[in-house]
Design a protein around this ligand. Sequence first.
Ligand code: PMP
Length: 416
Amino acid sequence: MDDITRTYIDRTPGSAARAERAAALFPGGDFRAAAWHRPYPLTIAGAAGPWLHDVDGHDYLDLLGNYTALVHGNAHPAVVEAATAAVAAGTCWAAANDHMVELAELLVDRVASVEQVRFCNSGTEATMHAAMVARELTGRRTVLMARYGYHGSYDDYEAGNLGHPGPRTALAPFGDAAAFEAVLAERDDEIACVILEPVMGSSGVVPAPPGFLARVAEAARAAGALFVLDEVITFRLAAGGAQALVGVEPDLTTFGKLIGGGFPVGALGGRADVLAVTDPARGRLPLSGTFNANPVTMAAGAAAVRELTGDRIAAIDRWCGRLADGLSKAAADHGVPFSCRRAGSLLNVFLSPEPPATVAERTDGDLMAAFHLACLAHGLFFAPRGLLATSTVLSDELVDDAVDRAARAFASVAAD
Ligand code: PMP
C-alpha cells in the first residue's frame, strides 16, 4: 500500500469502521457515487462555518460545501434560525405556506427570465420536469444536450453525461454552436428542448464560449424547441444567475443546491405561458410531490438566497481566484503537474500540465486520487474529481491556510 493511503487509513479508524458496516448495507458501500472514493469516504460527525469535523476528531476546511449547495458554509446562523423555526412550526403539510412565496419571489425578482416557479426536491427532478414540460408542449420526445454535460440522474440525461446518445437523447459538443444548429436543423421534428449549463460544472468547470448559449437558444426556438438553462450550480455566479452574465433569456431555468439552504430542493422557473402547462386547472401536466415547497426547505432557502448579495458573490469569486493562484504556485514549488479551470467561485483542479476538455477526458486519474487523499489527510476537503467551491464564510487567511494544506499534500504526492 502507498504511503498516502496508509496515512489516510491510520488517521481515520472511526470512518473505516463505519465504511465496513456500510459495505454490508449499501451496494459497494456507496450512498452517493460522486462522493465515493477509495479506500472509503470519511464519516462526518458535524460541521460549522467553513469546517467539517469527522468521527475521529479531525477538522477539514470545507472547500466543497456539499457540491456547491452550501454557499454560506455549514450551519450558517441565518439559515439555521430560519430552518429551526420552520421545523418547530411543523415541518410539512399538504397546503400552502408563506416561505414558498418568499423564496419564489426572491427568484422571480432576481432572475430576469423567471416569471413563475415550481418547486421540487432535487436538481434531477427540476431538469426532468423541464423535459416533461417541453415534451408536453411540443409533442416531441428528444432532449438535446452537451456531450458529458450533467443534468442529474434522470436516465435521458445520464446517457448524455456518459457520452452516449440514447433513444430520447441527442448530443453535440459543448461550445460548438454550429454542431447544435446542425442537429436542430436535421432533427427539427424530434427535439423537444435543448438543455445546457452556462458553465459545465460536473464536467470540470467549463465555461460556455462567448455567444454560444445565445446562438443555441436562437436555433432551438427556430426549430420550435424550448431552450432550458440549467443553473443548478451556476446560480451562485451572479445575483441574477449566470444568465445575467451571458445575457441569455431561456424559456425555462432549473435551480437546485443553494436555493434550499442545505436542504433537498429543486425548482423549475420560467415563462408563465410555458409553465402554464403545469397548471392543474388546465389538466395537461399536473406535477406533484409530497415534499414539494415544504416550509423547512423554503425558509432555509429564502434565508440563503437573501444572504447571497452581490458583494458576497464578488468576495467568493475573489477567494476562488486567490485559491487557484496559490494552488498553482504550490504545485510548481513541489514539481507536481497542475492546471485548473475557474469560473467565479467554482474551480476544478487537474494534476496534468493542461486541463482536459472535460473530466471525462482526463488522464490524471491516479495522481488526482492520490492528491485528493493526501489533501484529506492534511485537513482539506473537496470533491474526489477535483471540484472546489468557495463560500461566504471564508477569508483571505482561510484561503491561505487551504493553500498551505494543499502544499503539504503536493509534497506527499511528490514523495510517493
Ligand atoms: N444539474 C446540474 C448542473 C448539476 O450539477 C446537478 C447536480 N450536481 C443536477 C442538475 C442534479 O441535482 P441533484 O443532485 O440535486 O439531483
